[in-house]
Write a protein that binds this ligand. Structure first.
Ligand SMILES: Nc1nc2c(ncn2[C@@H]2O[C@H](COP(=O)(O)OP(=O)(O)OP(=O)(O)O)[C@@H](O)[C@H]2O)c(=O)[nH]1
Ligand SMILES: [Mg+2]
Length: 299
């Protein structure tokens, strides 16, 4: 029997836990079952109490105190401990039926996705490990306010792409907190960030004002002190990052406003499609459908 889930990832404060809460709310309203797993060993406050919490296995506070580690080292220790004790996850997930959407709320430390193979090992266990066989979709959140600083936006997009390449599972990218951009970025402008390409840097308002002639700029040695002080090296680096993202042509974004039911529903449809959730559900009895039709007709 298949199982279905989504792994909610992204930098610190991107809105992962808020998105998980909105998703659970939406699933409940639509009478769908979900199983909420918190894998952030430092997280404390939840609108919905997790069904499984890594803190019941190991807490960051204890690790920091007992091992004398700082918060980031402590987090890595917690994940390494989790990987040595994967039964903690397996025992909770194994009994779940295919009706459930498993929602996994991850911590925001970017090192977990980019530097060390902790998350790939975890996803391999969930998707291909033994009996679990979870159809898993990664949902990578990036805060939409990043579009105001294009260099930052491309750095975030690069981290999303790096996670896509590393995890090798179905993946959607999400610009979160869209409500924060209302009134400050025109819709037409915003569309350019949905399928980002390097042309966004050509008319970057933070750099076009500079009076450096472009030929002079392209010939300058990016490692010279003068280039660095004038911001030319930084610009070249950003252009190289943007071209790399162009070349792979993998990243596009969905837009999320966690307060808006339709927006959450739209993202859920993408997740359902990516993991083929609906295809696996039991066909409903014909009588159920007639009953539904009668209920609708009467209301
Ligand atoms: N306006 C607005 N604020 C949001 C939205 N989503 C999250 N926030 C706020 O952003 C802050 C961080 O949200 P979280 O959901 O805790 O972010 P997170 O990614 O889980 O953070 P970490 O787990 O610490 O990495 C909170 O103050 C939220 O209220 C949104 O859609 N709109
Ligand atoms: Mg969180």
């Amino acid at each position: 029997m298949s199982k279905f889930g989504t792994l909610v990832m992204g930098p610190a404060g991107a809105g992962k836990t808020t998105f998980c809460t909105a998703l659970i709310n939406h699933l409940r309203l639509n009478k769908r079952s979900c199983f909420y797993i918190n894998l952030d060993p430092a997280a404390e406050d939840f609108a919905y109490e997790p069904d499984l919490d890594i803190k019941d296995l190991i807490s960051l506070e204890d690790v920091m105190e007992e091992m004398g580690l700082g918060p980031n080292g402590g987090l890595i220790y917690c994940f390494e401990f989790l990987l040595e004790n994967l039964d903690f996850l397996s025992e909770a997930i194994e009994p779940l039926s295919e009706e459930y959407l498993i929602i996994i709320d991850m911590p925001g430390q970017i090192e977990l996705y980019t530097h060390i193979p902790v998350v790939p090992t975890l996803t391999q266990h969930l998707t291909r490990g033994g009996a679990l066989n979870v159809n898993l979709c990664a949902a990578y959140l990036l805060e939409s306010t990043f579009v105001i600083d294009r260099a930052k936006f491309f750095a975030g997009t690069l981290s999303a792409m790096s996670a896509m390449l590393l995890l090798e599972i179905p993946h959607i990218n999400i610009l979160s907190k869209m409500s924060l951009l209302k009134g400050s970025v025109p819709k037409r402008e915003l569309r350019r960030f949905i399928d980002p390409d390097s042309s966004l840097l050509d008319d970057d308002p933070s750099t076009v004002d500079r009076t450096i002639a472009s030929s002079e700029e392209s010939e300058a040695d990016p490692l010279s002190t003068e280039s660095m002080m004038a911001g030319r090296s930084f610009k070249k680096l950003n252009q190289a990052v943007a071209r790399l993202i162009d070349d792979f042509s993998m990243v596009s974004f969905l837009q999320l406003d966690a307060q808006d039911e339709d927006s959450v529903g739209a993202i859920l449809s993408y997740i359902d499609d990516a993991i083929q959730y609906h295809e696996a559900q039991e066909p409903r009895e014909p009588n159920d459908e007639i009953q539904d039709w009668e209920d609708t007709a009467m209301s």
